[in-house]
Ligand binder design. Structure first.
Ligand code: SF4
Ligand code: SF4
Length: 105
């Protein structure tokens, strides 16, 4: 890879770092940050109920990102733990969940 191409990818990763896709079910919310996902597939492999699939949305390497089928997601957080790039954030709802963030005005 040429240095200029590498620089462009780093710049795009920075720009897209906080672009997030959020999916939700009654147990919680599942978020993937597209600018951090490199499409390695580790989360797909490790999800205990096999509900993570490839998405049409691209990550920063130009490879497919991922999405969770929320009808089967148990919000266990394993995908968040195994992702080497901290691209997934899982939020539990209900008992034991942290309080909702309140925007500062
Ligand atoms: S939170 Fe658990 S069940 Fe849901 S997608 Fe991640 S690993 Fe799979
Ligand atoms: S483990 Fe992280 S970087 Fe790899 S495909 Fe899943 S979300 Fe993307």
């Amino acid at each position: 890879m040429q240095q200029s191409e590498l620089n462009d990818r780093v710049s795009e990763r920075h720009d897209r770092a906080w672009e997030v896709n959020t999916l939700e079910n009654e147990k919680g919310r599942w978020n993937v940050y597209l600018g951090l996902c490199k499409g390695c597939g580790l989360c797909v492999e490790k999800c205990p109920v096999k509900v993570i699939e490839w998405s049409k949305e691209l990550g920063f390497m130009g490879t497919p990102s991922v999405r969770a089928r929320m009808d089967g997601c148990i919000v266990c957080g394993i995908c968040q733990t195994v992702c080497p790039d901290a691209a997934i954030h899982v939020e539990k709802k209900g008992k034991g969940a942290p309080p909702e963030a309140v925007p500062v005005s």
